[in-house]
Design a protein around this ligand. Structure first.
Ligand code: AHR
Length: 492
């Protein structure tokens, strides 16, 4: 029996709904096919966006969507993607599969997608290969309300009113695909570019600097020290890679019990990374003004056999669900500094919530976790502590349980719990201080470790009702099955 204590009297930070954000890049079949099929497609669509996909995403209450990359962002020239489609430039997507990019999905289409999803746009600008003027003009095109060359151009393209744009990223992975810069050089470039990212009228841009890869603490230290006062947030990228190298990342669906634990062990590293980068930020920014945005996270496996290696198309199993549950718990727990996170990527790329094939669509186990966790959005994190035991195989040890708890504005308490063990169900004795539950409702995602949905069996793995709990005078007891994600909502 594990002891679990929730202290509803100790209300901590607000869990920014943007922690449940997504990322869509011009990569493989994410934008084209996965989201955008064009107005003339036989696949049912609204203004070119597939209806099945946008409906499923609306159900998740997606708060924010990052676009157009990724590495693609630092090669993207936004002017190529506006105006009459037949006149738009065609280019080769050198990073991702060497396919032709016809620019039929550009700024106005992205804003239309965000309108349909009812989410905030997060546009990532090109600092690696674009000019300052180009970045300045892009922001003017999107947000200026008045007489200006860019506002006129927008108007000519059928969008008289400016868009509302809050989140703007100034470069992506500029330590790598975004220009191979040193942190000192990037800090200076950032200072220069951000100067011309203007606030027009009521529109206030939240400026996001490119942060480190994984544990590059020197990058965070240097960039925040030299440019911190010019930024609202800095990013962090960390992918869960199971295999020993980028050439051998392991299969998404065929894996051993050892690989189950290796994956979870590696994903738990997010805790160490977030803590480490926050410690550095605390030194330079003790008042906690600058946010940390984990705008690329998730599993990265070998592509599905027979698919273009540059398209990063991978399947998604119960193991991915555990990865999602653990990371979202970590972000919730650090929501005093982690203001946004964006899983990579939304559709058909890496750890997707949706996979498509022609006119078919399936929801992945990761989708179901986002659905089960959505009540945390904008709720208040509560203090909580769970007793764990160490499990695992061949040195890849992990705690058996992982959790977070929040209280939403309607007075409901939300618990999300992961049981990482492949074998052991776990009985949990929960004491809740300052909240007396009178009723509860839960959902459970569990199965065999490699269970996944396919186009032939789309509901192979999906949540079911969770009722293995009983309310006690001081809280509740619950029985959490092995390899599962559980969410529980309690009312008093
Ligand atoms: O998400 C795929 C790629 O991973 C992104 O383009 C890049 O930023 C990162 O290296």
């Amino acid at each position: 029996m594990a002891r679990y204590v929730i202290n509803a009297l100790n209300k901590k930070s607000r869990i920014n709904k943007e922690i449940y954000g997504h990322f869509s890049e011009h990569l493989g079949r994410c934008i084209y096919e996965g989201i955008y099929v064009g107005e003339n497609s036989p696949i049912p669509n609204i203004n070119g966006m597939r209806k099945d996909v946008t409906e499923a995403l609306r159900n998740l209450k997606i708060p924010v969507l990052r676009w157009p990359g990724g590495c693609f962002a630092d090669e993207y020239h936004w002017m190529d993607g506006i105006g009459p489609k037949e006149k738009r430039k065609r280019m080769v997507n050198t990073h991702w599969g060497g396919v032709v990019e016809d620019n039929s999905f550009g700024t106005d289409e992205f804003m239309e997608l965000c309108r349909q999803l009812e989410c905030e746009p997060y546009v990532n600008g090109n600092l690696g290969s674009g000019t300052v003027e180009e970045m300045q003009n892009w922001v003017e095109y999107m947000t200026f309300d008045g007489i200006s060359p860019m506002a006129e151009l927008r108007s000519k393209n059928g969008h008289e009113k400016p868009y509302r744009l809050k989140y703007f990223g100034i470069g992506n992975e500029n330590w790598g695909c975004g220009g191979n810069m040193r942190p000192e050089f990037y800090a200076d470039m950032y200072r220069r570019y951000q100067t011309y990212v203007r606030n027009f009228g009521e529109n206030k841009i939240y400026r996001i600097a490119c942060g480190p890869n994984t544990d590059d603490y020197e990058w965070t230290d240097t960039v925040v020290r030299l440019a911190g006062r010019f930024m609202d947030a800095i990013t962090l990228h960390y992918y869960t890679v199971t295999g020993p190298s980028w050439e051998n990342k392991g299969s998404a669906t065929r894996f051993s019990e050892d690989e189950w634990y290796i994956t979870l062990y590696k994903t738990l590293r997010m805790e160490e990374l977030v803590t480490g980068h926050i410690e550095i930020m605390n030194r330079h920014d003790p008042k906690n003004r600058i946010g940390l945005i984990v705008d690329e996270w998730g599993t990265w496996f070998d592509v599905e056999p027979g698919t273009n290696p540059g398209f990063l198309y991978q399947q998604n199993t119960l193991r991915d669900a555990l990865v999602a549950g653990i990371n979202l718990n970590i972000f919730n727990k650090h929501s005093d500094r982690v203001v946004m996170a964006n899983i990579a990527q939304m559709v058909n790329v890496l750890q997707s919530v949706i996979l498509t094939e022609g006119d078919q669509m399936i929801l992945t186990p990761t989708y179901h976790v986002f659905d089960m966790y959505k009540d945390h959005q904008d709720a208040t994190l509560l203090e909580s502590y769970i007793e764990t035991s160490t499990i695992g195989s061949n040195g890849n040890t992990v705690p058996n349980l992982h959790e977070s708890v929040s209280l939403s504005a309607d007075g409901k308490l939300h618990i999300t719990l992961c049981n990482l063990s492949l074998e052991e169900d776990c009985r949990i004795d929960t004491e809740i201080v300052g909240f007396s539950p009178k009723s509860g409702k839960g959902r459970l995602l569990s199965g065999n470790m490699a269970d996944h949905n396919t186009f032939e069996a789309p509901d192979n793995i999906k949540p079911s009702a969770f009722d293995s709990f009983s309310l006690t005078g001081k809280g509740l007891t619950m029985e959490i099955p092995a390899k599962s994600v559980v969410c529980l909502t309690l009312e008093q």
